[in-house]
Design a protein around this ligand. Sequence first.
Ligand SMILES: [Zn+2]
Length: 531
Amino acid sequence: MSRARLYLFDTTLRDGAQTNGVDFTLADKIAIARMLDELGVDYVEAGYPGANPTDTSFFAERRPARAKITAFGMTRRPGRSASNDPGLAAVLDAQADAICFVAKSWDYHVRVALEKTEAENLASIRDSVRAAKAKGREVLLDCEHFFDGYKANPAYALACAKAAFDEGARWVVLCDTNGGTLPHEVEKIVGEVCQHIPGDHIGIHAHNDTEQAVANSFAAVRAGARQIQGTLNGLGERCGNANLVSIIPTLKLKAEYAQQFEIGVSDAALGHIARIAHGLDDILNRATDRHAPYVGESAFATKAGIHASAIIKDPATYEHVAPERVGNKRKLLVSDQSGRSNLLAELDRIGFAVDKDDPRLSRLLDEVKEREAIGFAYEAADASFELLARRLLGKVPRYFDVEKFDVTVEQRISAKGERVTVSMAVAKVKVGDEVLISAAEGNGPVNALDLALRKDLGKYQSYITGLELTDYRVRILNGGSEAVTRVLIESKDETGDHWTTVGVSSNIIDASFQALMDSIVYKLIKSGAPA
Ligand SMILES: [Zn+2]
């Protein structure tokens, strides 16, 4: 049986850009469009030409891509002809392969928000589709509030969809704009629409307000829809859009969908989806979601010893898919609950062949347990664990010594009369016979210390230039006067690798210092710096 083609439409750059705190530059947009094209989505909706300078410049030139670069815009305004609407003209003139119009399909919105008649709205849909077709563009219509509209007035919602389809729109996209529709409702309504418009012309655009945007997308596909709209990492306003990073692996790895449907994402591209998902976080300067399905750092992590020993025998015992398929990796957490099997497997992963009866193994396990008892969290800090293991097995060179450091925080009134807080750090570092003293100012004491430590490491400086701190998390443990501080620092380097280090102390600067040092030493080892 031949499989049906299912199309993927990404709107990270348009709907995703509506997210609070997200402001893509032109360079960001170009980089994200490239990642999406590499992944193999069919459509990249890149923005709203004419609405803002970034989107307008994106469409100023034709961006070569496998995917169809899609411009988004409104249907013609009421009371204007299609040829006399500057907003529509900007969309029609954009260098795009396809145009996705948005139009109301809920009679209540047509009357109250648009203040036009139902007939005028239908005419505006028809005219806009016709104008875009005449420009040689593939046309899509996003039917805004389709599900709410259909519940209130099915005949009118359907008439809007039909108007676009009859005029030659390639796709009519049913939007759950408020995100409140439930999967069984989506399945029922899409099934009814498919009796009037063929399913291979129907798309679904789901929002995540009940955390069912992914489920709603699959419900629509089961009912006949053949295009899914979504975003990378579920980016989008409020609670986000349907997450393509969850949808794509499910379509490719779950037999029910994989046997029935074909998508433009190859097996090889699927193997890069974790990197692509994290690449978006990098552009947004956000920490990655550790618990994201398929691609999160914890998605294939196992803690308890009994599960871990089963996983080592046969991974399928506790994994629903193989992590390599999505570019992720299996992780056996080393923590105070873990047994020898976790530890051995983790050592094996980082490249230490240790015999299971090696006495150093018991020492390492004891050390991990002791340190976790005072607040260290090795399951969250892979790089600090690796250093601890290397130290116990005698394999960490002494690259440098921090002889002393000094951090000051000063609050004063600036020349402009504003109250400002300035942090400064001085570090005295010994590299071989060389003593190096560096000072740096930072936006906080930890930042200043980090800058001072990494400013001059003498002969090792070239090995750490690509090192960057991407996240810093502080947690106070125990509470009260006994409180200790745990600091987790996430770092990355020029190769795109991420790692996490941990420090624990009653003093936050000291805890941060430990985590910073681990990160630097880890990077030196990773870069092959000579001892
Ligand atoms: Zn939307």
